[in-house]
Design a protein around this ligand. Sequence first.
Ligand code: NAG
Ligand code: NAG
Ligand code: ZN
Length: 272
Amino acid sequence: MKVTASILPFLTLASASCLRGTSLLPRSADGTVDINHYNYTNTGGPLNWYGLDKDNTACATGKHQSPIVIETDDIDYANSNSVHFHVPSAVEAKFENLGSGLEVVLTNGTLVTKAGSYKLAQFHFHTPSEHRINDEYYPMETHFVFENSAGAIAVIGFVFELSQFGYSTPLFDSVFAHIDDIAAPGTYTKTGHLDFSALTAHLNTHGIYQYEGSLTTPPCSESVVWYLSTEPLPLNVQSYNAVKHVLKFNARYTQNALGQDNLLEVAAKELN
Ligand SMILES: *[C@@H]1O[C@H](CO)[C@@H](O)[C@H](O)[C@H]1NC(C)=O
Ligand SMILES: *[C@@H]1O[C@H](CO)[C@@H](O)[C@H](O)[C@H]1NC(C)=O
Ligand SMILES: [Zn+2]
């Protein structure tokens, strides 16, 4: 694991006691949220998202669907200094279990690219990773979803790699501080204090894969601009297991190469 000097001061050896230590009393989820009807199991899963809702046409027929297998020799890289990610610190934020995933509701944040300015809508997690890099998957991935005034979407993504030294990214330790409280789909809790400065430094000091794809969840809308950091974030085993215990499995299978027929259409033709 390469770790940049800028990020080192923010890394902690977060043990389970550190993770739980931010709150002396166990907190129960303080309400409910609507859960998504799609999921990753049986007929609720990605092979049948169009079957669940005919508005999800792009999931079954789109030719620029995400996630993809990123080939590092072929993919475009964003020009350095062309991606300006800014999320101010937040005292806390709502953290929801939507059944299909875990989402932090935080709208204070901007992304500025050559295409213009976008506003943060939320960020969420997938385990295992959705993107694969040269065919390799990672234990977890986070997506910061941004939208501009015209409704165009851009996502900043990071994959995580388990740290053999027990390192973690304190921002996410803080996000997951009360994760045990939202084990049940439809519940929510609060994150701890969120400081995005180390994450921003990480993004700014490494390469960024760039491509145009789709939402990886229904309705799988296309023309989504993806920016994925080339350098995984460190994740310790305790956090990984705690997240996996709640999140279970929520990665869509990798889609056909960009521009190629949707895999569902390819497979359906073979059945006919
Ligand atoms: C997944 O979704 C399907 C269809 O909505 C539902 O019948 C099933 O109970 C869900 N399974 C899980 C594990 O959420
Ligand atoms: C978002 O920004 C507004 C205006 O600067 C501020 O009042 C609010 O407290 C911020 N929200 C969070 C969660 O930090
Ligand atoms: Zn996502």
